[in-house]
Design a protein around this ligand. Sequence first.
Ligand SMILES: [Zn+2]
Ligand SMILES: [Zn+2]
Length: 266
Amino acid sequence: MAYERFGGNTTCCYIEHEDTKIVIDAGTGIRILGLDLMATDLPKTGGCIHMLFTHTHWDHIQGFPFFIPAFLPNVTLDIYGQTKSVEGLDGKIEEWTIEKALKMQQHFIFFPVGTKYMSSNKTFHAVDVGKKFKIDKVTIDTFVLHHPNATLAYRFEADGKVFVFSTDVEHNDDMLIRLSKFAKDADFLAYDCQYTTAEYTAGKIGWGHSTYESAIQICKRGNIKNLHMIHHDPLHSDKTLLQMEDDAKKLFPAAQMIPEGFEFSL
Ligand SMILES: [Zn+2]
Ligand SMILES: [Zn+2]
């Protein structure tokens, strides 16, 4: 099997700090996270799950209808995303909140089970970009990335440790400088390493994704200790991804290609 080691589910990252539960994005990976949470005390005790969305492209929201804890009446979902004004089908500008995007995805025309059948208590929050906020003891900062329809990068800080999640970004000189400042001194940076520079320049410019070479530039410039290479190209086999990891390690030994289900603590 060519895709066994790194897996094929789309973006979902889960952070736990003491009793605080934070989920970044609801790609297809969230289905497994939901099953894992169902095997804890959560169904019995209930509780709050904070969900932070980077953006609403399919690969970042399509797992939401399959997130079982969202169907529990004793669970609260605190959902964060960016509100955007975009052109509608009729050419008029429409406002899209994270609430509208998630509800529309489960409109009856697309999916049989609407969000109204998900019994959790849901609260929606519009992220005020660049304004820090707190979830329990975790301080969170946001930054807008260069990507079609724009993505939010999140910086998490707690107990003196820093983790930055920066997926779906296309690099340019300005972005490299500003992102290295946003992620400065982070212990870990998870970054969109979809392409090699050779692939990128051979036909992927303008596709909204980046390279591990750019990630390494950000790490070096921003004094970032470790790089997590994420958002793999669906056509990259395990062999290709391992080769990319080897090549990245030659430039930055603390680079790691992240497989599905990967866990770490800091
Ligand atoms: Zn995207
Ligand atoms: Zn994506």
